[in-house]
Design a protein around this ligand. Sequence first.
Ligand code: NAD
Ligand code: 13P
Length: 349
Amino acid sequence: DPLKRVAIVGSGNWGSTIAKIVGNNIEKFNTFENEVRMYVYEEMVDGRKLTEIINQEHENVKYLPGHKFSPNVVAYPDVIEAVKDADILLFILPHQFVERTCLAIKSHVKSTAFAVSFSKGFYVGKDKHVDLLSSVISRSLEIPCYVLMGANIATEVAAGTFCEATVGSRNYEHGQLVKGLIQTDEFRIVIKPDTEVIEVLGALKNIVAVAAGFSDGLGYGDNTKAAVIRLGLKEMVKFCEEFFPGHHPQIFLESCGVADLVTTCYGGRNRKVAAAFVKTGKDIRTLEEEMLNGQKLQGPDAAAEVQEWLKEKGQANKFPLFAAVHDICERRMDPKALIDALRYHPEFW
Ligand code: NAD
Ligand code: 13P
């Protein structure tokens, strides 16, 4: 059999971390092409192209400074070139860019390939119809798409401190290939079949993390944040039960569930920027630019996407914490009113 090719679509903080892992791991196999192509959205960094810096210094100095790629990770500014002949496409883009990137490579992807989505968020079409990102990838490229989600603050994963993740796949062979590419002694992978719920949990926990950040910004303590986490988790579970019935009830206990929610509510970017939103009074977009050096927030957009989803299903008033996060981000509600959403939550009726 010809050797299989792996392409990484995206090279931000998480994309670069996965590139570091896959670049090292792939050398263990004799079934894969050694070169791992990584699509890099081109930009100038200190007067040089980022792709040139990565290919000369084997480091993404902007999005994952201080970590070296193995030299088999090669940066490509042209996304069509990056995915050419690839058998496995790892999609690791901020979720806002997934659809347009798929459109750019549509009809340039091998028909026998498969994809894995690492992005946390939803897609809202022009007709306001809301969809899973894995469905957008799968439909536009006409290949299967699995997911990887978990409690994975990228810089910690890159540093090699112990953690775990959940792969969602109902295809045994493809699931094992993904596990082999990504698992290390410090990054353990569990494969579960509840693909849709695994993806949805990854998107929803970012909304709860924004609420946790508001709570921190308001100066409330650990009890309040624990209440945000618990009521947020209740809404996450309710959303999955309502719209994706049939999953295993223990799926919430995998890394993609409670664990990712906890790490993001304590250590994530969504939490950090949401706290600053309350303290400074600046807009989310302004803070994203000032605080994240090009990295992208997923939570505020996911909050808007979920409201579209709930409107479409006629369920907008059943998820008060999700609704409050969106209203606060849009400045229709004072951050302090988050506590009312908790105080009068259906949990206490
Ligand atoms: P990031 O936040 O570092 O985003 C920056 C990336 O977006 C850069 O590579 C930049 O070049 C690229 N970009 C900017 N404009 C673009 C455009 N128009 N088209 C395409 N790309 C463009 O990205 P990330 O941290 O790698 O996150 C990607 C996904 O992975 C997100 O959905 C996130 O939720 C998820 N994730 C992130 C982490 C983490 O800790 N960073 C952990 C787990 C999951
Ligand atoms: P943030 O985007 O809030 O940093 O969360 C990262 C993440 O998804 C951790 O698993």
